[in-house]
Write a protein that binds this ligand. Structure first.
Ligand SMILES: NC(=O)c1ccc[n+]([C@@H]2O[C@H](COP(=O)([O-])OP(=O)(O)OC[C@H]3O[C@@H](n4cnc5c(N)ncnc54)[C@H](O)[C@@H]3O)[C@@H](O)[C@H]2O)c1
Ligand SMILES: [Zn+2]
Ligand SMILES: [Zn+2]
Length: 410
């Protein structure tokens, strides 16, 4: 083990957060085993996530000097003396949650709320504000605590045809799936997904996997809506009018209307709603402005009485760049009265990735899921600063960027 350590140089390249809208690729110290349960992973792919953009824009507590990257996969380089089930050379993907496996919450499957890994809270995550002292994986190497628990083993070889599919098991595929779980998507369900970013597109895709009858996807970015349409969802452009009215209108022309009994006209919307946008939602009337509650308001209108809403888009308890004083403290006004009156169930939170990643992996291995349709760019680490900027602008075509730290810049 010592030999493997010494064979590596003590310096590696990593994407480091500097200040709002500025990240740099820098030399940082190489990670080392810190506990006997740790492993070191040589990263073959690391994703840039919509969640990274909250930090990038300075919309989270300060992160200066932090190595970013919570969507990580690679090959085991080194294992601690207490690691028993994985070994050097194994190909693995790592949930964005850091979790111990033995605390009250982990034991019940809530690895999104591990009680032991973050001294300052009840979440652990790589390279993320308030998620503990863990460096990210947009770098050549990553230290993974509790390697036995946190690494999911993969078949095949780095760079093979499933590299991009497997990377998405670290976060956005399980998160999209979690949205469908929270929204109660079952065969024959009607579903509205707000946001056609990576999470929204994979929520729509997961809804299809679960047998939904109709899936509407709402956004304004044409390239993203086109991807929704490619997988068989119905794209709704919110710049063309109130998306709730658009869905009511579209639903009123389907054969379902002919099959209705009296009274069912009171259910013109869908039964399942998913928020894959979060607190940086655009105001539909003035899309250049934010309206943090826009999507929640629309969901409460479009989901039929007795339906369910899954909120996987992030809402922050503290947001230095929020449009109002209340929002700076994570306080939002939204129609709780309608939520109650309509007998809706609303659930939210970070995804417990481990609850789903093994099963979603097996759908990929069996050829039943290809989530990589969302990936638009695979770039060397050196191009991260430019990629962050373009992804942040939601530039047409920048749907999902993954970085390959082993590839040299052109
Ligand atoms: N719960 C979790 O564990 C978890 C995990 C990963 C990501 N997330 C969160 O999920 C959200 C989406 O992530 P992403 O990577 O897809 O991000 P993204 O920013 O790429 O996508 C968000 C999309 O929402 C669209 N949008 C903005 N306002 C809208 C509105 N009013 N109506 C409809 N669409 C609107 C944008 O045009 C954009 O395409 C983020 O808040 C991210 O932090 C949560
Ligand atoms: Zn993420
Ligand atoms: Zn735990």
């Amino acid at each position: 083990m010592v030999g493997a350590r010494d064979a590596r140089t003590p310096i590696m390249k990593a994407v480091v957060y500097k200040s709002p809208c500025r990240v740099e690729v820098q030399d940082v110290t190489d990670p080392r085993l810190e506990a006997p349960t740790d492993v070191i992973v040589k990263i073959t792919t690391s994703g840039i996530c919509g969640s990274d953009l909250h930090m990038y824009e300075g919309r989270t507590p300060s992160m200066e000097g932090m190595v970013l990257g919570h969507e990580n996969m690679g090959v085991i380089e080194e294992v601690g003396t207490a690691v028993v089930s994985i070994k050097k050379g194994d190909r693995v993907v790592i949930p964005f949650n850091v979790s111990c496996g033995f605390c009250f919450n982990c034991e019940r499957g809530f690895t999104n709320a591990c009680l032991t890994v973050n001294p300052e809270g009840y979440h652990g995550g790589y390279g993320y504000a308030k998620m503990g002292p863990f460096r990210g994986g947009q770098a050549e190497y990553l230290r993974v605590p509790y390697g036995d628990f946190n690494c999911l083993k993969l078949p095949g070889k780095p760079g093979d045809g499933h590299e991009n599919d497997f990377l998405l098991l670290s976060d956005v595929f399980p998160t999209g799936y979690y949205g469908t779980e929270l929204a109660g998507v079952v065969p024959g369900a009607t579903v509205a997904v707000f946001g056609a970013g990576p999470v929204g597109l994979l929520a729509a895709y997961s809804a299809m996997l679960r047998g939904a009858a109709e899936v509407y996807v709402i956004d304004c970015v044409q390239a993203r809506l086109a991807k929704a349409s490619d997988i068989g969802a119905i794209p709704i452009d919110f710049t063309q009018g109130d998306p709730v009215e658009q869905i009511f209108e579209l639903r009123s022309t389907t054969a379902f209307v002919e099959a209705r009994r009296p009274g069912e006209e009171k259910m013109p919307g869908v039964m399942c709603g998913i928020d894959a946008v979060g607190y940086q939602a655009r105001d539909r009337e003035q899309p250049e402005k934010e309206r943090p509650t826009q999507v929640l308001e629309d969901l409460i209108r479009v989901v039929n009485p007795t339906g369910r809403i899954g909120v996987v888009g992030v809402y922050m308890p503290s947001d230095p760049g929020a449009p109002s004083d209340a929002a700076k403290h994570g306080q939002f006004q939204f129609p709780l009265g309608s939520l109650f009156e309509r007998e809706l169930r609303l659930s939210t939170g970070q995804t417990p990735v481990k609850r789903f990643n093994r099963f979603l992996r097996d759908l990929i291995i069996a050829g039943r899921a290809r989530p990589s349709f969302i990936i638009s760019h695979r770039l060397p680490l050196a191009e991260a600063p430019d990629a962050y900027q373009k992804f942040d602008r939601r530039s047409d075509g920048y749907t999902k960027v993954v970085l390959d730290p082993q590839r040299q810049a052109a």
